[in-house]
Design a protein around this ligand. Structure first.
Ligand code: 8BR
Length: 432
């Protein structure tokens, strides 16, 4: 099967022909902390073994430790939002900011797209302060909306400071930690993410970005929306997630009115809070054209609509396609599911199948190369072509939906895995 033939040149040309691509609404600073668990002493806490034993956000210092211990002992990644200013201050005092890095789904997508010859990548950054502006790559096709229109973040920032930070606590396989007098060893290198982001947790679309994109809607071909995982169910001022999602939807509808050809993609990400996740599923799925998610995220969607999440986590393709069929209502005509080793793309009528497949192949090469080297380097894509795929290519129709099971390239010892999903979904969507 020649599914990867000629896709590198094809992808480059396709990027060159693009218009403006907009990314919102979650860009943030990540603070990378390499954990030395020996320094923690003896932690006197019960070990949460199941996700259900965890708080759904961090409200006190014990909640922070529970999340960290869970990740450490089980060797599984976890992200929790911090809801308490006291805990935020305590983490800052205890660990500092760590090494600063650009993070957040929108900024991550921007970083993954700017190395290709796309004409304009426009990213929403709030608050746009000097510290985060300086972390963006120095690319000519990267823009924010500043006071004087489109500009690179470095020329457009307003003020200084770190008002939001997502701490990434990294541990390595073999490190040990003492809990209730017993020594536990970390089974697999992993990370625990504790996020403090009250300034942007309403995902409010602010000026000057808002007026700019409304005014220039005709220039934008694709809009990728993400960041729901930082939202709250109820905000301190009484607003609810439903209120906020309605506002966001108003903005999307206003853009659709200005440019009916603009395509909208929703990147799901790990939305831990039930109320937020359900609001996104119920209010937004049917209003977007495209949706991107991984197996953990789809397992939550499955559970929310009354199915067993285990089938999805076990990568049962029949069940995965069944759940996808169930959620494809209204405008939602494209779902890109990604797992380790394959993508499952579901399309309703009206798509060019050839370019959709090539876009998946290009995304797979990009993810593999980024996993291998840590950052995108187009020159090295060709080496990924030699990696054999482990799944068989398959294409079928069911319930009026066209399914493509696309085998991907998997790098044996990746340098990084964080942010790969964003690269996969964004390239698949904008090139397809
Ligand atoms: P998330 O960021 O949504 O978790 O997506 C991660 C994706 O990265 C996986 O679905 C898989 O397709 C891809 N990936 C991972 Br994880 N490890 C990889 C590797 N070693 N080589 C190529 N792709 C990888």
């Amino acid at each position: 099967m020649k599914i990867y033939d000629g896709v590198i040149d094809w992808g480059i040309k396709r990027a060159r022909d693009s218009k403006m691509i907009a990314l919102g609404f979650h860009s943030v600073i990540d603070g990378l902390v390499k954990v030395d668990p020996q320094k923690f002493g003896n932690l006197d806490l019960a070990i949460p073994r199941e996700l259900s034993a965890l708080p759904d956000s961090i409200k006190c210092i014990d909640d922070f430790w529970k999340g960290l211990i869970f990740s450490f002992v089980n060797g599984s990644a976890l992200q929790l939002m911090i809801d308490s200013k006291e805990v935020y201050e305590w983490i800052m005092k205890t660990f500092g900011t760590g090494t600063l890095r650009l993070g957040g789904t929108s900024a991550n997508m921007a970083k993954g797209l700017v190395p290709f010859p796309f004409e304009k990548i426009l990213v929403y950054v709030y608050p746009l302060e000097k510290e985060i502006a300086n972390l963006f790559p120095n690319s000519k096709n990267l823009f924010v909306v500043g006071k004087h229109g489109l500009d690179h973040p470095i020329n457009a920032y307003d003020g200084e400071g770190i008002e939001a930070i997502h701490w990434i606590f990294e541990f390595s396989q073999g490190q040990s930690m003492t809990i209730k007098g017993k020594i536990y060893t970390c089974p697999r290198s992993n990370r625990f993410i504790a996020s403090w982001n009250p300034v942007n947790s309403k995902l409010e679309v602010r000026d000057p970005f808002k007026s700019y994109v409304i005014e220039h809607a005709q220039d934008i071909s694709h809009f990728l929306v993400s960041g729901f995982h930082i939202m709250q169910e109820i905000y301190p001022d009484g607003e609810t997630v439903d209120d906020r999602i309605d506002k966001l939807l108003e903005f999307v509808m206003a853009l659709r009115e200005k440019n009916s050809r603009m395509k909208f993609h929703l990147e799901f990400a790990s939305i831990r809070r039930d109320g937020v996740r359900k609001a996104v599923e119920e209010k937004l799925f049917s209003r977007f054209d495209s949706l991107g998610l991984n197996e953990v995220e789809l397992s939550w969607v499955a559970r929310d609509i009354g199915y067993d999440e285990k089938d999805i986590l076990n990568l049962d393709v029949e069940r995965i396609s069944q759940i996808i069929s169930k959620i494809m209502r209204g405008n939602l005509s494209r779902v890109h599911f990604h797992a380790l080793g394959f993508y499952l793309l579901a399309l309703k009528e009206g798509y060019n199948l050839e370019s959709q497949k090539k876009a998946l192949a290009f995304a797979s090469l990009a993810a593999a190369q980024r996993a291998m080297d840590g950052e995108i380097n187009l020159e090295r894509f060709k080496y990924m072509l030699d990696i054999p795929e482990k799944y068989d290519y398959k294409e079928w129709e069911e319930d009026g939906i066209h399914f493509i099971l696309f085998p991907t390239k998997v790098v044996p010892s990746p340098k990084i895995t964080v942010g790969l999903g964003d690269t996969i979904s964004s390239l698949g969507f904008v090139l397809g």
